[in-house]
Design a protein around this ligand. Structure first.
Ligand code: G4P
Length: 534
C-alpha cells in the first residue's frame, strides 16, 4: 500500500514570533479549535508545570523566555498537523534554526502594534534561506494598533516578498468591528471574550452593504477603501509562489479572543505544503553519493533535529526528536544510526499529542517522534530501517564567544566530562577540547547559553563550575583535500587547535584577522564557519 495518502494529509509547521506577540495564545487556540485540547489555559498550564518539575527550567522561569521548543500534534479536517514551537530568545537562535529544518512551512505571528520585531527578523532570514513558505498572522487587532496598510508594507519590506491579504480588518481597538474574508466575501463580526467558538461569530455577506454600513458606519467604508488599496497593491493569490517562499498570505485577528484563528487553521490545511523530498548525501569512498528521498518511499528514514535532556531530573535519559522523512514507523521496528552503524535501542518512542506524550503506533513523513535513549544519538544523526542514508543541512554555527570551564571540585571531573559530552551532543553548547590540553572550552552563539549550561551542569550532573573568559573570539572548522596539507597546517598552529563534540578539527581565533592570515598562509586549507550534521 502506498504511503502517499498518509503523507499528503500531513502539515508540519513552526510557529515563529518575537516574545509577547501572542505565539503561546495562538498555539493554544489552534489546539483548542482542532479539538486537540478541551480547555483553554492548558498550554500555559503546561508551561507552568514544567517549571515545577524541572530544575534547570528555573532559568526559563526567571527570565520569562522559552528555552526549549516543543512539538504538538493535532488532527483537523482529516489532516495531521504537527506544530513545532520555537524558542523566542535570540541566544537560542541555533536551536530555532534546527527546528526550522524540520518543518515544511512557518506561521509568523506579529503584534499589530509593534510590527515585525527584531527576533522575528532573524527567524525570517532563516526561512528565507530555505525558501520556507510563510503564513502571516497579524495579532491583537482588538488593541489600538497600526494601520493595516502600514503593517502590510512593513511585512513586505522585512520579508522581501509581496503580501497577499486573505482577511482584512474593519476598525481596530475599541472600534474593532471584525474581519472581511476576501475569498468568501463575508464579514465576520468581532466580539470579545475567550469562551466563544469560531463558528459562533456572526457572519454577514459583503453584499449586504446596507446592514454593514448601518452597523459599522465609517469604519466599514474606511475598511473597504483600504482593502481595495491593499488588494490593488498586492499580486493575486498564487499558490505556487507561496510554496516557493515568494509570497505570504496575511490574516488579521485577535488570538486571545479566538478571533481570526479558524482562518489560519484552515489555511494550514488548504495552503501549507505536505512533506516534500529530502536529499541524502552519503560519503562512500570519499565520494558523495546524492540521493533524493521521497516522503512516500517505502524505507523508514528520519533525522534528529533536536536532542533534549528528559524533563524528569531523576532520569538521565534524553529524547531525540526525529523528523520522519520517508516510510512508516511502527513499534518494534529495527533501526540503525547511520553515523555509528549501530542499532538504535530506545527505551520508549513517543509522539507528542498536544499535552501528552503517547507511545507511537505509526508515524509517516512529516511526523515528529521522540526516541528516549541513554545515548548513542546525536544532533544531525540519520536514522533508517537499514538503508545507508545521511541527510544534510542541520547546521552548527561557529561560536562567537568562548569561556573556559574551571571545575570548583576536581573530584567531580568525571561528572563534568559526562555533562559536557551530553550537553554538547544536545547542541545546548559547543564543547571544544584543546589539542594542546588544558581546560575545556565552551563556545556559544549567545551569552545565555553559558548560563543555562552552568546551571544544568550543577543541577543535573552535580558539577559546580566557574566560567572564565578567554582570548578566543571565534572558530573555524578545518578540512583539507589531502593529508599532507592538513599536517603542515596542524604543525604550524599546535596551540590553536581543538576538537569539538563530533570530533571535528577546529581552529580557534583571537581576532577576525587571524583567519585571514592563516588562510593566506595556507591557501589549500578550508576554513568553515558552518558545520553541517554530526
Ligand atoms: P508569546 O507566546 O508570543 O510570548 O505571547 P503570549 O501568547 O504569551 O501573549 C503575550 C501577551 O499578549 C499575553 O498577555 C496575552 O494574553 C496577550 N495577547 C495575546 N493575544 C492577544 C490579542 O489578540 N489581544 C490582546 N489584547 N492581547 C493578546 P499577558 O498579560 O502577558 O499574559 P496573560 O496574563 O494575559 O496570560
Amino acid at each position: 500500500m502506498s504511503y502517499a495518502p498518509e503523507t499528503r494529509r500531513r502539515r508540519t509547521f513552526a510557529i515563529i514570533s518575537h516574545p509577547d506577540a501572542g505565539k503561546t495564545t495562538l498555539t493554544e487556540k489552534l489546539l483548542l479549535f482542532s479539538g486537540a485540547i478541551q480547555i483553554a489555559g492548558a498550554v500555559k498550564g503546561r508551561k507552568a508545570s514544567r517549571h515545577a518539575t524541572s530544575d534547570w527550567m528555573e532559568i526559563e522561569k526567571q527570565r520569562g523566555i522559552s528555552v526549549a521548543s516543543s512539538v504538538m500534534q493535532m488532527l483537523y479536517r482529516e489532516h495531521v498537523i504537527n506544530l513545532l514551537d520555537t524558542p523566542g530568545h535570540k541566544d537560542f537562535s541555533e536551536d530555532t534554526y534546527r527546528v526550522l529544518t524540520a518543518v515544511d512551512s512557518a506561521l509568523m505571528v506579529i503584534d499589530a502594534a509593534n510590527g515585525v520585531e527584531a527576533q522575528t527578523r532573524r527567524l525570517i532570514e532563516v526561512c528565507r534561506q530555505r525558501d520556507t513558505p510563510i503564513i502571516t498572522f497579524v495579532n491583537k487587532m482588538d488593541r489600538e494598533v497600526r494601520d493595516p496598510l502600514d503593517i502590510m508594507d512593513e511585512v513586505e519590506r522585512e520579508l522581501g516578498m509581496p503580501c497577499c491579504p486573505m482577511t482584512w480588518p474593519v476598525g481596530q481597538g475599541k472600534s474593532f468591528g471584525g474581519i472581511i474574508n476576501l475569498r468568501t466575501k463575508t464579514m465576520t463580526v468581532f466580539e470579545s471574550g475567550s469562551e466563544r467558538r469560531p463558528q459562533d461569530f456572526e457572519a454577514i455577506p459583503l453584499s449586504d452593504e446596507a446592514t454593514l454600513r448601518a452597523r459599522f458606519g465609517a469604519e466599514f467604508d474606511a475598511a473597504l477603501e483600504s482593502m481595495e488599496l491593499a488588494v490593488g497593491a498586492s499580486p493575486a493569490w498564487d499558490h505556487e509562489a507561496f510554496l516557493a517562499g515568494k509570497l505570504t498570505p496575511v490574516f488579521f485577528g485577535s488570538g486571545v479572543n479566538n478571533f481570526g484563528v479558524m482562518e489560519v487553521l484552515d489555511a494550514l490545511v488548504d495552503m501549507a505544503p505536505p512533506p516534500g523530498p529530502r536529499v541524502s548525501t552519503l560519503e562512500v569512498n570519499k565520494q558523495p553519493v546524492v540521493k533524493t528521498i521521497q516522503p512516500e518511499d517505502e524505507g523508514f528514514a528520519g533525522v534528529v533535529f533536536k536532542v533534549q535532556a528528559n524533563m524528569d531530573a531523576n532520569h538521565r535519559d534524553r529524547i531525540a526528536f526525529v523528523r520522519v522523512a520517508s516510510g512508516k514507523y511502527t513499534p518494534g521496528m529495527k533501526l540503525k544510526v547511520q553515523r555509528t552503524s549501530k542499532e538504535l535501542r530506545p527505551t520508549s518512542v513517543v509522539t507528542f499529542m498536544s499535552q501528552r506524550r503517547e507511545a507511537v503506533e505509526e508515524a509517516y513523513a512529516g511526523d515528529i517522534i521522540g526516541f528516549t535513549t541513554h545515548g548513542g544519538v546525536q544532533l544531525g544523526d540519520t536514522i533508517t530501517d537499514g538503508a545507508n542514508l545521511q541527510f544534510t543541512g542541520l547546521p552548527f554555527f561557529a561560536p562567537e564567544m568562548f569561556m573556559t570551564v574551571v571545575l570548583k571540585n576536581p573530584l567531580r571531573t568525571k561528572q563534568l566530562q559526562q555533562g559536557l559530552a551530553q550537553l554538547g551532543e544536545e547542541g545546548a553548547i559547543q564543547v571544544f577540547k584543546p589539542d594542546a590540553g588544558g581546560n575545556m572550552l565552551l563556545g556559544a552563539v549567545g551569552q545565555l547559553q553559558f548560563e543555562v549550561v552552568q546551571h544544568r551542569l550543577k543541577a543535573e550532573y552535580d558539577a559546580d563550575v566557574r566560567l572564565e573568559g578567554c582570548q578566543y573570539t571565534g572558530a573555524r572548522w578545518i578540512t583539507a583535500d589531502n593529508a599532507a596539507d592538513l599536517r603542515a597546517f596542524t604543525d604550524a598552529y599546535p596551540l590553536r587547535l581543538a576538537h569539538d563534540a563530533a570530533d571535528t578539527l577546529a581552529y580557534l581565533c583571537t581576532s577576525p584577522y587571524d583567519v585571514r592570515l592563516a588562510q593566506e598562509r595556507f591557501p589549500k586549507i578550508h576554513f568553515h564557519p558552518l558545520r553541517e550534521h554530526a
